[in-house]
Design a binder for this molecule. Structure first.
Ligand SMILES: [Zn+2]
Length: 114
């Protein structure tokens, strides 16, 4: 990486921007990131003697998201549920942090004197 393109960009950062960027960098470098929403669905499996036939239905987790303009959903295996929940939370955090940076740069336009 090189700073040659914008030598003054780092010195121009506020502490707030530095903090947001360091949080974002940590997420992007080290954590799983997954865009989408999680929802649960109850279902019956069809086995007549299963507990679900008596009303205690199986609860499955699904990830829903849009891709190339299409709405999609995928089943999340039980063994991955905790990880997938964390990835989705991380993506929300990263998106919020990016929005925070975007706000700072929007203000650079609107609060410019000259
Ligand atoms: Zn069942």
């Amino acid at each position: 990486m090189s700073d040659k393109k914008s030598p003054s960009s780092r010195s121009g950062m506020t502490p707030r921007e530095r903090e947001i960027r360091s949080q974002l960098a940590r997420l992007v470098h080290a954590e799983g990131l997954l865009r989408g929403s999680l929802s649960t669905r109850e279902r019956t499996c069809g086995k007549p003697n299963c507990k679900c036939a008596k009303g205690e239905k199986h609860v499955s987790l699904y990830l829903t998201f849009s891709q190339e303009g299409k709405y999609r959903q995928i089943f999340v295996p039980k063994s991955l549920e905790d990880e997938v929940r964390a990835w989705v939370v991380n993506h929300h955090k990263a998106r919020d942090l990016l929005e925070g940076i975007s706000l700072i740069y929007r203000e650079k336009i609107t609060k410019r004197d000259s």
